[in-house]
Design a protein around this ligand. Structure first.
Ligand code: CTP
Length: 404
């Protein structure tokens, strides 16, 4: 685990009332093992899932629940506790606590501490997928992020309620790792980075769509790496089962048109990375009802989709633009032409075909820019992400005013 040595941060762990509260025990344990000082504050509802005694035993410190507790307040009062914390992490963060924090309420100890502290606040949301997707929750999420709250997850996957989807709490080990990664290089601190990832889905009818084999791994790895290096990262993702990387703001979309709207809505952008496999075409008139089979042949009328990355390269002020090219032949030549045509600063080209490039954990890449090229031998996509961002920083350093 990175940064786990010499880690003596003072972390206030807030636990709100969801079934994932039991996982917070593992989180506290990990942080203590790594050398952190941890104090736990629970909401009243959280105590229905796990007892304060459990957290007291794991943290070795008294656990606080209520604000108006005369005895506890005579020890370390809530203002002192808010000052003591170097970070506040709420795991799990339920829809309810997100709403209360977004509204700036101070109706219990935990929300009061969040208002009173100057420490960075991080939330690991955990809730049923419908609750997560609800516009109210999404609005609260956006508001909190805007205010500087960092989000850890949520993940997508099987949920305690028996459903599958986004809203699962990020695993406690991954949360601990994110909190402890203080040895990150930070060479992208202050940059606003936008990454598109995964493939888009273009509906044919309510149950069918046109899609491609992109898994989203490369884009998610880039978002994770940029965030680890200190950038503020927005990940605009087509459907993907991958977990949201720590600290990354994720916007889920389905179609190319939705992806374009999401990209356009972002004002501040220093670096744009188009890693999504955007469908080149959409169905002209998706059927409103499920298409029934008939013996006759069926043809779909397709319209070209807007080119998202080409539009970003026209923006003023213009971000640095990194794109990808998937080619089956004449890699360097086609990629160089694509870079020019779309106005990218750097293109990452890979050969695709059976078992190569798409939906694989590793890849080889050829990076091309105005004044140079770099071949990256086969490596895991996480490693490639590091090398792509190293190349980006190098180009910025060598040609600070580089456009194309
Ligand atoms: N891209 C995009 N919007 C589109 C299509 C592609 O932003 N509508 C971006 C991708 O994210 C990628 C790059 O453009 O960074 C190259 O995509 P690719 O599909 O390889 O290029 P195309 O222009 O579609 O060319 P072709 O399919 O003919 O090779």
């Amino acid at each position: 685990m990175s940064g786990s040595s010499a880690n003596n941060q003072r972390i206030l762990v807030g636990v709100s009332g969801g079934i994932a509260a039991y996982k917070a025990v593992v989180l506290v344990r990990r942080l203590i093992d790594a050398g952190c000082e941890v104090r736990v504050v629970m909401t009243e509802a959280a105590t229905r899932f796990v007892t304060p005694l459990t957290f007291q035993a794991v943290s070795g410190q008294p656990v606080r629940v209520t604000l108006l507790d005369a005895e506890a307040e005579s020890g370390m009062d809530h203002i002192a506790l808010a000052r003591w914390a170097q970070r506040v992490v709420i795991a799990p963060a339920t829809a309810d606590i997100m709403a209360r924090l977004a509204a700036g309420m101070a109706d219990d100890l935990l929300t009061t501490l969040c208002l009173a502290t100057e420490a960075p606040v991080q939330l690991a949301p955990a809730m049923n997928r419908q609750m997560w997707a609800h516009p109210a929750t999404q609005a609260n999420y956006a508001r909190l992020v805007e205010r500087g709250v960092t989000m850890l997850g949520p993940d997508a996957g099987f949920q305690a309620c028996g459903e599958t989807g986004a809203g699962r709490m990020m695993e406690p080990e991954a949360i601990a790792e994110a909190l402890l990664a203080e040895d990150a290089p930070g060479d992208m601190a202050g940059l606003d980075v936008v990454v598109t990832a995964s493939g888009t889905r273009e509906p044919i009818d309510p149950v069918r769509f046109l899609a491609n084999r992109s898994s989203g791994r490369m884009g998610f790895a880039l978002a994770a790496e940029a965030s680890r290096r200190g950038a503020r990262v927005t990940l605009i993702a087509g459907p993907s089962s991958l977990a949201t990387p720590a600290g990354v703001r994720r916007v889920d979309v389905e179609t190319a048109a939705q992806m374009q709207v999401a990209v356009e809505s972002i004002e501040s952008m220093d670096l744009f990375i188009g890693a999504a496999a955007v469908a080149d075409y959409r169905v002209a008139r998706p059927a409103e009802q499920k298409l029934k089979k008939s013996g006759a042949s069926l043809s779909l009328d397709l319209l070209p989709n807007p080119d998202i990355i080409a539009a970003v390269a026209q923006r003023e002020p213009r971000p640095f633009v990194i794109g990808f090219a998937a080619e089956t032949e004449r890699l360097a030549e086609h990629a160089a032409a694509k870079r020019q045509a779309k106005g990218m600063d750097l293109i990452c080209a890979n050969e695709v075909g059976a078992g190569r490039g798409f939906d694989t954990p590793d890849n080889t890449l050829l990076l091309l820019w105005q004044d140079g090229e770099r071949a990256l031998p086969r490596a895991a996509k996480e490693r490639l992400a590091t090398q792509i961002l190293d190349t980006y920083l190098q180009i910025k350093q060598d040609f600070p005013h580089a456009s194309r």
